[in-house]
Design a protein around this ligand. Structure first.
Ligand SMILES: Nc1ncnc2c1ncn2[C@@H]1O[C@H](COP(=O)(O)OP(=O)(O)OP(=O)(O)O)[C@@H](O)[C@H]1O
Ligand SMILES: Nc1ccn([C@H]2C[C@H](O)[C@@H](COP(=O)(O)O)O2)c(=O)n1
Length: 221
C-alpha cells in the first residue's frame, strides 16, 4: 500500500478527473483514471471477442498512468498513454460510438475482475497514487488515506460535459442520472471512517480541491 493514496468516486462529469489531477500535481502523486481502462476495453471489443479480453487483458493492454511530480511551483506531468496490441489508442477511446461497448464491459464481472488485477499491478508500482472511478474505494484502494465521493446535480453535470466537448464533436456527451452502481458505491463510501462527500454543483473546482486537502489532513493526523 502506497504512503498516500486517495480514491475518488462519483457519477459522470462530477469533476473527479479535475480534482484528482490537481491533488496529484500538488502532492506529487501518480494519477490513475480507471475509467480510461474501461474505455480502452470498449475500443478493444470492436477488434477482439470479449472472451479474449477476459483472459488475455494483461498482454493486450498497457495502461501507463500519468505521473505528477511537484517541481517548484510547476508540476511536471507525463500524460497517460494507452496501448492496445502496441498501438496508441489514447485519443480513440473517447469516441461516442463506443458507448454501447462501454456498457457491455462495465456489466461483465469477469472483465471487471481482470481490470481490477491490472489496476492492482499499477498501484503496486507507485509510492503514492490518486485513483479515480466507480468502485475504486471498495475494490482497489480500500485502505486509502482518503475516500472522496463527488456529486453534482444531473443538470450541472450535463452542462459541464457539453461545454467540455463543444469542440470535440465525436465525443460522447451522454450524462444520465446517478446509476444503481453509483448509489451503492456512494453508500459504501459513506460508511467508511475516512470518507468525504462533496457536492460540487455550486462549488468551483478550487473549493472542491481545498475541501479534499482539508479532509486528507484531518484523516491523516
Ligand atoms: N467544481 C467544478 N465547477 C465547475 N466545473 C467543473 C468543476 N469540476 C469540474 N468541472 C468541469 O466539468 C467538466 C467535467 O469534469 P471532469 O472531467 O473532471 O469530470 P469526471 O467526473 O472526471 O468525468 P468522467 O466521469 O467522464 O470521467 C470539465 O470540463 C471540468 O473542467
Ligand atoms: N472503476 C470503474 C471505472 C469506470 N467504469 C465505467 C463507468 C463508465 O460507463 C465508464 C467510463 O468511466 P468514466 O470515464 O465516465 O469515469 O466505465 C466502471 O464501471 N468502473
Amino acid at each position: 500500500m502506497p504512503a498516500v493514496s486517495i480514491s475518488i468516486d462519483g457519477p459522470t462529469a462530477s469533476g473527479k478527473t479535475t480534482l484528482a489531477t490537481r491533488l496529484a500535481e500538488e502532492l506529487g502523486l501518480a494519477f490513475l483514471d480507471t475509467g480510461v481502462t474501461y474505455r480502452s476495453l470498449a475500443y478493444a471489443l470492436d477488434h477482439v471477442p470479449i472472451e479474449r479480453l477476459r483472459t488475455d487483458l494483461g498482454s493486450l493492454l498497457v495502461h501507463q498512468p500519468e505521473i505528477h511530480r511537484r517541481h517548484g511551483k510547476k508540476g511536471i506531468c507525463q500524460n497517460h498513454a494507452i496501448l492496445f496490441r502496441g498501438e496508441d489508442i489514447t485519443q480513440e477511446i473517447w469516441h461516442a460510438s463506443l458507448d454501447a461497448n462501454l456498457k457491455s464491459i462495465a456489466q461483465d464481472q469477469a472483465c471487471r475482475r481482470e481490470i481490477l488485477r491490472l489496476h492492482q499491478n499499477i498501484v503496486e508500482k507507485y509510492d503514492g497514487i490518486v485513483a479515480v472511478g466507480r468502485d475504486v474505494a471498495v475494490t482497489l484502494l480500500p485502505h486509502a488515506s482518503l475516500h472522496v465521493y463527488l456529486t453534482a446535480s444531473e443538470t450541472m453535470r450535463r452542462e459541464r460535459r457539453r461545454a467540455q466537448y463543444r469542440t470535440h464533436k465525436d465525443r460522447s456527451t451522454s450524462v444520465g442520472p446517478a446509476t444503481e452502481r453509483d448509489l451503492q458505491n456512494r453508500d459504501a463510501i459513506r460508511a467508511m471512517p475516512n470518507a468525504l462527500e462533496v457536492d460540487s454543483t455550486y462549488s468551483p473546482a478550487s473549493a472542491v480541491f481545498a475541501a479534499a486537502l482539508h479532509g486528507l489532513r484531518r484523516h491523516s493526523s
